[in-house]
Design a protein around this ligand. Sequence first.
Ligand code: PRP
Ligand code: URA
Length: 209
Amino acid sequence: MARIVIMQHPLIQHKIGIIRRTETGSRDFRHMISEVAMLMCYEATRDLKLVDVDIETPICPTTVKELEGKKLAVVPILRAGLGMVDGMLTMIPAAKVGHIGLYRNEETLEPVEYYCKLPKDCAERDVFVVDPMLATGGSASAAITMLKEKGVRNIRFMCIIAAPEGVERMKKDHPDVELYIGALDERLNENGYIVPGLGDAGDRIFGTK
Ligand code: PRP
Ligand code: URA
């Protein structure tokens, strides 16, 4: 079973508190989602490999650490995952970005696929799938299955709020995928929304309701 990391950092918890508030408007919501993604990215990349490189400072030659140069990709699940991309790229600017379009059928809660465009060499990359919300887990699980079908092997999933139901679904469907979770909430309600959650992440980012 891969690692499940629930963020403890006070800055992350504080910003998630702001995101949850009903009165937080789209501009601040977007800004906070991006900042939380950036901070979570910092936590989720703690184990990236480093290599020694010989350089010269203005004073003398020395050896410094450099990222091994492993190729990374960020794959947001549309729409709401888009809100996390900038924050991720602030931390790892060399990453390529793929997109997977899925929406939940509001009655069945089953994910419906409508778009998939990935970097050509995606199978050789370590991929961070991002989506603010892990509710039933149907969307995340389907996105990861799509990536695996394209040969991607090293996958991490990052979400800002998760329901226990979604975590269980991921453990069952993709036990090899590391999960990075900003906050683990209580449950889903009868409409498949996370409680207490933050409402509809896509609508709040894009101001569509
Ligand atoms: C939301 C969210 C996830 C999904 C989570 O997207 O961003 O993708 O629901 O729910 P699940 O875990 O039960 O699948 P939504 O389907 O509302 O689409 P949107 O991002 O286009 O608004
Ligand atoms: N999708 C959202 O945007 N919010 C939820 O609470 C559940 C799914």
